[in-house]
Design a protein around this ligand. Structure first.
Ligand code: ADP
Ligand code: GN1
Ligand code: MG
Length: 359
C-alpha cells in the first residue's frame, strides 16, 4: 500500500464525504496534510512509526493534555477553540486510524488565521514566542504528571544521547563515520559537561515539571491579525521534564541567525539579543513559576540542548538518515554542524549570556 493509497483510506476514515489533501508544514517527523472536507479545514498526519512506536499512549497523552488546557483556558474566559489543539476522532469514534499497511493517521481541527515562523527575524518576535511557550508551561502547572506515559524515555537525557552517538559510530551502518572526525572531536571535548542538567535534577536542584520538549519556533502558531502567540502545537513529546529543556531547545533554534541546515557556517551566529528577549519573555509569562536556579542555568540549558541536538543529527547521519526527514544527502551532517557552530558562538559570548540570564 503506497502513502497515497493510505492517504485515500485515511480521508475516508475521518470524513463522511472524503476530502482533498495537500502537503503542509515543514516538520522533521510526521507527514502532514491540510485537508478540506465539508467546507472546513483539518490537519491530517501520518504518524512516524519509527519515532513513535506507542501511538495509543501518545494519543492518550495528547487527549489528556489538550483536555486540561481547554478546561483551564475556558475557566480564564479565553478562546479554547483556537488556543489549544483539538483531536478529530475517526468516523468510528477512535482517536487515530490504522491503514492496511499498518500506518497510523490522526486528525486535528485546523486552526485558521495563523502564521508559523521558520526563523525569528527579530528579538521582539522571539520574545513573543517565549511568552507563548512560557504560558504553556504555566497552564500545565496543575496537570498531574503521573497521568502521562513517558512515550520517548530519555528524550532529553544528554548523556544517553551521547552513548547513542557512540553506538552509531561503532556500528557505522552507513559507512560515514570517517567523514565527521572534527564533529566527533567537538563533542568529545565537551563530554564532561553533558551530565549537568541530569545531574542537577538528580541532586534535587531543579524541579521536574510537565514540559513540551520540542519547543521549536514552528511548533507555535501566532495569530495572523494580532501577531501574538496563539497556540502551542506538536504535543507528541509532552512528558515530565525540565523547564530548561523547553527553554534551551527553543533558544537553539530561534536564536540562530541561520536556518538549521545552513551549509555556509559563516552565516551561523548565536544572537545574544534573541537570547535576552527569550529570557525576558519567560520572565513575563512563566514569572515566579520558575525558581532562581532555573533562571541561573538558562545559558547551560541553551548550550546543552544545542549540543544534544547536534549529537542527535550526527547520530542519524551515522545511522543512514533513518530518524529525521531529509531532502538531500548530507543534510543531517549540515544540521549537526550548525548546532556545533552555535555552541561555539555561545561559548564565546558566555559571560554576556550569564548576565542576560540575571547574574
Ligand atoms: P512535526 O512533528 O512533523 O513537526 P507538526 O505537528 O509540528 O509535525 O505539524 C507540522 C506543521 O503543520 C506545523 O509546523 C504547522 O505549520 C502545521 N500545523 C500542525 N497542526 C496544525 C493545526 N492544528 N492548525 C494549523 N496548522 C497546523
Ligand atoms: C524534531 O517534529 P519537529 O520537526 O518539531 C524532533 C525534535 C528536534 C527537531 C530538530 C519527536 O522536531 O526533538 O529538536 O526535530 N522531534 C522529535 O529540528 O524527535
Ligand atoms: Mg513540529
Amino acid at each position: 500500500m503506497s502513502e497515497q493509497q493510505g492517504l485515500a483510506a485515511a480521508l475516508a476514515a475521518f470524513f463522511p464525504a472524503g476530502g482533498t489533501a495537500q502537503r503542509h508544514g515543514s516538520g522533521h517527523i510526521h507527514d502532514t496534510y491540510r485537508v478540506e472536507a465539508g467546507g472546513k479545514q483539518y490537519i491530517l498526519q501520518r504518524i512516524n512509526r519509527q519515532v513513535f512506536p506507542c501511538v495509543k499512549e501518545m494519543m492518550e497523552n495528547i487527549a489528556a493534555v489538550t483536555g486540561h488546557l481547554a478546561e483551564v483556558l475556558r475557566a480564564q474566559g479565553r478562546d479554547a477553540a483556537r488556543e489549544t489543539l483539538h483531536i478529530l476522532p475517526t468516523l468510528a469514534g477512535e482517536p487515530f486510524y490504522r491503514d492496511e499497511a499498518g500506518e497510523y493517521w490522526r486528525g486535528y481541527d485546523f486552526i485558521a488565521g495563523t502564521a508559523v515562523f521558520q526563523q525569528a527575524e527579530t528579538p521582539e518576535l522571539f520574545g513573543k514566542a517565549a511568552q507563548g511557550f512560557g504560558q504553556f508551561l504555566r497552564l500545565l502547572e496543575g496537570f498531574p504528571a503521573e497521568d502521562l506515559h513517558e512515550v520517548l524515555p530519555d528524550f532529553h537525557n544528554t548523556p544517553v544521547r551521547f552513548r547513542q552517538m557512540e553506538q552509531a559510530l561503532r556500528e557505522d551502518r552507513a559507512g560515514r563515520a570517517g567523514e565527521a572526525q572534527r564533529e566527533i572531536d567537538f563533542v568529545l571535548h565537551r563530554q564532561g559537561e553533558l551530565g549537568l542538567l541530569t545531574g542537577a535534577l538528580a541532586a534535587g536542584e531543579l524541579p521536574l515539571r510537565v514540559t513540551h520538549n520540542d519547543t521549536k519556533l514552528n511548533n507555535l502558531l501566532f495569530d495572523e491579525k494580532t501577531g501574538e502567540p496563539l497556540c502551542v502545537i506538536d504535543l507528541d513529546t509532552v512528558m515530565p521534564g525540565l523547564s530548561l529543556y523547553d527553554f534551551g531547545d527553543a533558544v537553539r533554534f530561534g536564536a540562530s541567525t541561520a536556518e538549521e541546515d545552513e551549509r555556509d557556517l559563516s552565516k551561523v551566529r548565536f544572537s545574544l539579543p534573541h537570547f535576552a528577549a527569550y529570557v525576558e519573555g519567560y520572565r513575563r509569562s512563566a514569572g515566579e513559576t520558575l525558581t532562581r536556579r532555573e533562571y541561573e542555568l538558562m545559558p547551560e540549558g541553551a548550550k546543552l540542548m544545542t549540543l544534544e541536538c547536534g549529537m542527535r543529527f550526527l547520530t542519524d547521519y551515522f545511522n543512514g538518515d533513518v530518524y529525521f526527514h531529509t531532502r538531500r544527502p548530507g543534510q543531517n551532517l549540515d544540521r549537526a554542524r550548525t548546532q556545533f557552530a552555535l555552541v561555539e558562538d555561545m561559548e564565546r559570548q558566555w559571560d554576556a549570556m550569564k548576565r542576560a540570564a540575571g547574574q
